[in-house]
Every structure is written in structure tokens, then in C-alpha cells.
Design a protein. Structure first.
Length: 278
């Protein structure tokens, strides 16, 4: 028992050291350098250079690590993602769900049939290009992935997703499709209520609000019209008007600043929304 307490104390000490170190980053030169890096790396499409288990993911490595941490922490049985592109994010989520099943089987001394696993990823995109669909479906983890083609805010698509979500208990949501204010706000209204207690609704590309408009000359989003402004409006609505979650409870989210303070380099500043109970 004393030995276990010693180990636990060492772990707690390390965790506290991390928290204190991260707190020191806020407003530091490194914090400012991170924003400069985000500005300088956007136009050259730095995030397009990475893949996950063979599929392009179009994410910054820091956000990939953060999603891994959240999946391990939340242990969802369903991950809902809007925006598919090449499918790398779907594969990342599917691989983490597979690891959860593997680890749980090891702990339970149970035999695992990978294809019988219940944990799944649901991706929605208005245009799933044929070559991307073929590559995703050919991937070894495709048996964990379902895809719906259509606008993520179309009523019939939203209803289809909600019907699927009814069969799951632990749900994590990632929004990464059209980045205009109105579209993301509609996605938040549609899918954030599906987020389970203590799980997350992650809104990507909130960084647009902090970048110069000339970085997106051919896009409909800009400063004042982007995912971050949608998050601000949605949180205002939750506070002033109130909303109910899919489970019937009052819906409350907070921006988990501990994540972005740790990452520094992230496209989802103020976008890691944790569902909380008040």
C-alpha cells in the first residue's frame, strides 16, 4: 500500500508540474510566437502535409494529439464528425476507438473480435468524392466508419444523425465542415446537444477570427464570420435562452482553456467545448 501511495504521489507531482508549466505559457513570448506561426503557416497549407495511418488528415499535429487525449479521457462509443475530406480524421477516430476496445479487452482478460466492436465513427459531408470514399472504404478500419453524404445542417440529415445517436451512450462531436458563422452555428444547434456529459464538442478553425482576411481570399469565411463567432453566439444562447441536451438535461458548455493553453499551436482556439453540469 505504501508503495502504491508513493507511485500515486509521484504521478500527482508530475501532473502539478505540468499544470504550473502550462499556466506560465499564457501571454508569454512562446504564446505570441505560436500565433505568429499560425499566421505564417496557414497560406503555405502546412496542415495539409500530415496523414494518419495512410490517409491525409489536414490537421495540425497538436490538435491530433489533443483529440487522442480527449478520446482516451471520454471513452466514447460514438464520434460524430462533420467534414470528411480525405478521411484522415475519421481514421484517427476509428483507430483510437479500436485501441479503447483493445485495452478494455486486455484489462478484462477477454477475447476481442475487432469487427464485432460496437464503437463507431459517423462522418457527414456534403460532397464525399468518389476517390476519397473508395480509399476510406478500403482502409482496414473502415468497418468502424459510417458516412452520410449531404449537408450537415439539412433537416433530414440532422434527423438521421440524431436517430443513430439514440443507440449510443458516450458521444463526442467534432465540427469541421463549412466554416461560416451561420453554418457552424446551425451545426452547433443540431449536434452539440448530442454531446454526452463531460464529453466534448470540438469546433475546428476558430483560428480564422485571429488571422488576416487576406489568408482566405477565395473562401466565404472571414474575421467576424467564422467558427469562433459561432461559438460565441451559441454560448450566449445557452446562457441567455437555455437549451436542452438530447438526454433531456439542461445543456451547458464551457471553453476548456487548459487544452489550448497547453497546445499553443491549434486551429481550435476557444473551440474545445466541454459539456458540464451546473
Amino acid at each position: 500500500m505504501a508503495k502504491n501511495n508513493k507511485f500515486n504521489d509521484a504521478i500527482k507531482k508530475f501532473d502539478e508540474e505540468c499544470k504550473n508549466r502550462i499556466a506560465g505559457y499564457i501571454g508569454s513570448a512562446m504564446d505570441q510566437a505560436a500565433l505568429v506561426f499560425m499566421k505564417e503557416s496557414t497560406a503555405p497549407k502546412y496542415s495539409y502535409n500530415f496523414s494518419w495511418l495512410g490517409r491525409p488528415i489536414i490537421q495540425y499535429p497538436q490538435d491530433m494529439v489533443a483529440i487522442q487525449e480527449l478520446i482516451w479521457q471520454v471513452k466514447p462509443d460514438l464520434i460524430i464528425e462533420t467534414g470528411i475530406a480525405h478521411g484522415g480524421s475519421l481514421i484517427l477516430s476509428a483507430s483510437m476507438l479500436a485501441l479503447l476496445d483493445y485495452c478494455e479487452a486486455v484489462e478484462a482478460h477477454a477475447t476481442l473480435d475487432p469487427k464485432a466492436a460496437r464503437r463507431r465513427v459517423l462522418g457527414i459531408d456534403i460532397d464525399i468524392r468518389a476517390h476519397n470514399r473508395a480509399a476510406i472504404e478500403a482502409h482496414p478500419l473502415s468497418h468502424r466508419i459510417d458516412m452520410i453524404q449531404g449537408s450537415s445542417v439539412a433537416p433530414e440529415i440532422v434527423e438521421q444523425v440524431r436517430d443513430i445517436a439514440k443507440n449510443y451512450k458516450r458521444i463526442l462531436v467534432c465540427l469541421d465542415s463549412n466554416h461560416t458563422h451561420d453554418h457552424v452555428l446551425a451545426e452547433l444547434e443540431a449536434y452539440a446537444p448530442l454531446t454526452s456529459m463531460d464529453s466534448y464538442c470540438v469546433v475546428f478553425d476558430t483560428i480564422i477570427e485571429d488571422l488576416p482576411d487576406d489568408l482566405f481570399p477565395d473562401r466565404p469565411w472571414s474575421k467576424g464570420n467564422n467558427p469562433k463567432t459561432a461559438v460565441w453566439e451559441y454560448l450566449r444562447r445557452l446562457k441567455d435562452e437555455g437549451r436542452s441536451a438530447a438526454d433531456g438535461a439542461p445543456l451547458h458548455f464551457e471553453v476548456d482553456k487548459t487544452i489550448e493553453n497547453k497546445l499553443l499551436i491549434s486551429v481550435a482556439l476557444e473551440g474545445y467545448l466541454k459539456r458540464i453540469q451546473i
